[in-house]
Design a protein around this ligand. Sequence first.
Ligand SMILES: Cc1cc2nc3c(=O)[nH]c(=O)nc-3n(C[C@H](O)[C@H](O)[C@H](O)COP(=O)(O)OP(=O)(O)OC[C@H]3O[C@@H](n4cnc5c(N)ncnc54)[C@H](O)[C@@H]3O)c2cc1C
Length: 417
Amino acid sequence: MSSVVVVGGGVAGLVVARELARGGMTVTVLEASDRLGGKVSRHTVAGIELDAGAESFSTRKGTVAALAASLGLVVEGPNPSGAWLQVSNDRAFPLPETSLLGIPGTPLAADVIEVVGLRAALRAQLDALMLGFAGSKERNFGKLVRRRMGATVLERLVAPITLGIHSRHPDELDVDVVAPGLRVAMARVGSLAHAVSELRAAAPAGSAVSGISGGIVALVDALANDLHGRGAILRLSSPVVAVDGAGATLASGERMDADIVVLATSLAVAAEATITLATLVLDAPQLDGAPRGTGLLVVPGLDGIRAKALTHSSAKWPWLAARLADHQHVIRLSYDRVPLDGLREQARADAEKLLGVELAASSILGFDAVQWTQPATAQPPIDGVTLVGEGVAGTGLAAVVGQARSEAERLLEAVGG
Ligand SMILES: Cc1cc2nc3c(=O)[nH]c(=O)nc-3n(C[C@H](O)[C@H](O)[C@H](O)COP(=O)(O)OP(=O)(O)OC[C@H]3O[C@@H](n4cnc5c(N)ncnc54)[C@H](O)[C@@H]3O)c2cc1C
């Protein structure tokens, strides 16, 4: 039996560990912190257990849903009412229906014109007159959209979405990572808008994201239980300082040798504080009608609003609404580089503006803020060590789970062969 050491007990590490344990290997997971799950974690606000990090997953290729189902978890789609876009201090619109990461599939649709104006929509429509290969070699997501559809569509429709999902402006993103298949489809079908429509049509029926009843964190609990059941060893508070093709060295100086070494995190230090999530649990009957659907993304740079996105979590997830008392609501706001001091009041004021209703300080039943850091540098390759996780797969559970599973398959084949 081959022995495996997996460094990092986030979703990537747990998925690779499970696949290898299922393949009959002896697995040890070394996790630096005192809990498993990494960026998938829970917190309790006003007595309600909530996701403190990731709260949904992309339904792309059905990867995460298949994993969840194999662990006996119930996958739930979000409320189909959809999200909104806050375009100025006092104007918000429902997000255009036929879009992919904000790129409109129909640039002259009324809901696109409403957000970007007729002039910018006409500029975006020029995409249909260009040849499909114009820009199809461009890997920079921002440059590609700007070239095909103009700067206004990029800044008003696409940037708020990538900043909300990936915490990055489109100019900092690789098309093939955030929208796999888009460039190829564009070259084939002749325009960016048609490529968007084609990719949307090819996506599994229903919404682009799903959740798990009980929260995404249920996935971590189920993976950990499954691993325990297969005899894997999950060691917490065990930070690793170095790895090579033959094992891992812990901060304590302990050395763990193994036939296979998987690194499911970045050992390249320099972490940068990036995102703060502020969660409010409110007693607010004025939110019962979900005035902004499942939430809003905010066009960057608005004067009076500091949040970059708001999720009306209890309107989005039926499982969560079912756990709340009448008129209770869960609102989650995300911020870049915001001081924690005074954040409760900032979050209340932002929620009030974004949701377009009055929210008295006395309506707050609970508040919590969670800060997430992101490594500034990706893990460089190490000879003989398999790398998994968002540093190599890209952000998001669908990407991370898919890549961890295929790396596990590759390792099992190599051993079997
Ligand atoms: C606020 C927030 C919201 C998000 N929302 C969503 C969402 O809704 N949908 C979605 O799909 N994605 C979302 N994501 C992204 C998603 O959570 C991540 O892409 C994914 O969880 C990354 O998993 P991972 O296992 O690669 O890394 P991580 O979760 O970062 O796990 C790495 C693990 O390695 C451990 N570790 C680090 N250093 C060491 C060491 N030296 N020794 C041992 N262990 C170590 C860490 O403690 C951690 O447990 C969100 C991310 C954040 C921050």
